[in-house]
Design a protein around this ligand. Structure first.
Ligand code: SF4
Length: 466
């Protein structure tokens, strides 16, 4: 957290079927588009009608997987995964896809999300002589599928959805094809696309675009689909669905060129910026966005307010994660390393600075200081989300309640703490106006504390190395 004070993305999953192309290469390029969803490890599993082949490694997709690795991943079916650890530590043991061998079936599985009752299910599976080699909830899901008492996919998925509590968007590599499964809450996204002679399932539609695939639709909450030589078939729909899609996918996680809830994410963010301008108007010379995630919202604020949009900070795109423990001095350096102000452009000006969130409040004071040191007269901070007051356990690494600045300070206190001249957060009502679905179909737990699954009961069971 030296360079950023952001909630961390969870994982990205893909599944590709193509009889005429090298599917492991297609999966590789699809994973590139999902790199923002996880930077710790990457992997691909393929099926060649005889067996499942697997390759996983640590690092970014480009560092983890090389041409020679792909040559070994033969077949017409492949799934892939990029990982940021939410449960289980960051090591190769926890990289995905995961292979699970049951009494009757063998599968590979890639998971995005977080299952909150994983520990209880693990204990049940151990009673069935099921063994585990990783510390992740994803292996528990895989073993729950392969050790299901049922034999048809419809029954297995129904059983899975009855047992699991939490968030899980899955791609599952089986002998019959690739199955895409989205939990009944629909917390994390999952969509289907059409390739020339095949199909792709992916966390976000930007991965479809990368392969030249045509977006078909999002998989419904509580739905499972299979892709294979017969086409795309919906093989299960839960009657228990209770849609609670993560609103933060729209605010920050998903790429702006992805489509969520039938709406381009870039457009959602522009609408958020416009709502912010209505709720928190202020006089200024320019509207700027903290690059890159707040750019669309800053454009929206500018259009609504009539105040010109300008670039003001140049982002170093090669700054990744670092494990240097930051002190105050290093945080200054970290922010400067990541963001360099266009001093000649902004010196002597009043700025509206749009950002998507303040999590711990560890870097915002340094960004404000950077702008003021560049001669900016006033910094009016505008945030495209309500204050984050509650942690998330549905697949997002968001800090503990104690660390969340808005859980401990009022808006005025935060404004003073970060050194801004004014601070305005988008209201929940304003945020909901920008969405395509009714507000009841979104999880807003990190703002309201109303989580779709009862976390308090499970808190002490989470983040354990099982
Ligand atoms: S608590 Fe927040 S980050 Fe977590 S799923 Fe809900 S909206 Fe998303």
């Amino acid at each position: 957290m030296l360079f950023d004070d952001k909630v961390m993305e969870e994982c990205g999953v893909v599944g590709v079927y193509s009889p005429s192309q090298e599917v492991s290469k297609l999966a590789f390029f699809a994973l590139y588009a999902l790199q923002h969803r996880g930077q710790e490890s990457a992997g691909i599993a393929s099926f060649d009608n005889k067996d499942i082949h697997l390759f996983t490694s640590m690092g970014l997709v480009s560092q983890a997987i090389h041409g020679d690795d792909l040559l070994k991943l033969k077949g017409d079916f492949a799934i892939g995964h990029t990982r940021y650890s939410t449960t289980g530590s960051s090591n190769i043991r926890n990289a995905q896809p995961i292979i699970s061998n049951g009494p009757q079936i063998k599968i590979a599985l890639a998971h995005n999300g977080n299952v909150v009752n994983a520990k209880d299910i693990k204990e049940e599976l151990i009673q069935l002589d099921c063994s585990f080699s990783s510390g992740s909830d994803s292996e528990i899901i895989a073993n729950l599928i392969t050790h299901s008492p049922y034999t048809s996919w419809e029954e297995r998925i129904s059983y899975l959805m009855r047992k699991l509590k939490g968030a899980y968007s899955l791609t599952v590599l089986t002998e019959e094809g690739i199955i895409g499964i989205r939990d009944p809450l629909g917390v994390r996204p999952l969509c289907i696309g059409n390739l020339n002679d095949g199909f792709i399932i992916a966390s976000e539609s930007c991965a479809l675009d990368n392969l030249g695939a045509k977006f078909i639709r999002e998989i419904d909450p509580g739905e499972a689909v299979i892709i294979n030589e017969k086409g795309v078939q919906s093989i299960f729909k839960s009657t228990e669905k209770n849609c609670n899609s993560c609103i933060f996918e729209h605010i920050y996680f998903s790429r702006p060129d992805s489509i969520l809830d039938d709406q381009l994410v870039y457009h959602s963010r522009m609408l958020m910026g416009a709502e912010l301008a209505k709720e928190h108007p202020v006089d200024a010379d320019f509207v700027i966005g903290i690059p890159d995630s707040a750019t669309a919202a800053a454009v929206g604020y500018s259009q609504e307010s009539g105040i010109p949009y300008s670039e003001a900070l140049v982002k170093n795109r090669y700054v990744g994660r670092t494990f240097i423990q930051p002190d105050q001095n290093l945080r200054d350096l970290g922010v400067k390393t990541k963001l360099n102000p266009l001093t000649n452009l902004i010196s002597g000006k009043k700025l509206i600075v749009v950002d998507d969130s303040i999590v711990r409040g560890t870097t915002t004071p340094h960004v404000v200081k950077l702008l003021k040191n560049a001669g900016v007269l006033e910094v009016h901070l505008r945030i495209t989300a309500p204050p984050i007051k509650h942690p998330c356990q549905l697949g997002i690494d968001m800090a503990t309640k104690k660390e969340l600045i808005a859980s401990n300070m009022s808006v005025n206190e935060i404004c003073e703490f970060v050194g801004a001249d004014s601070l305005g957060y988008l209201s929940l009502g304003g945020l909901m106006k920008t969405m395509n679905k009714p507000s009841s179909e979104y999880c807003t737990g990190c703002f309201t504390g109303n989580h779709p699954v009862p976390f308090q009961l499970e808190l002490d069971k989470l983040n354990l190395e099982f």
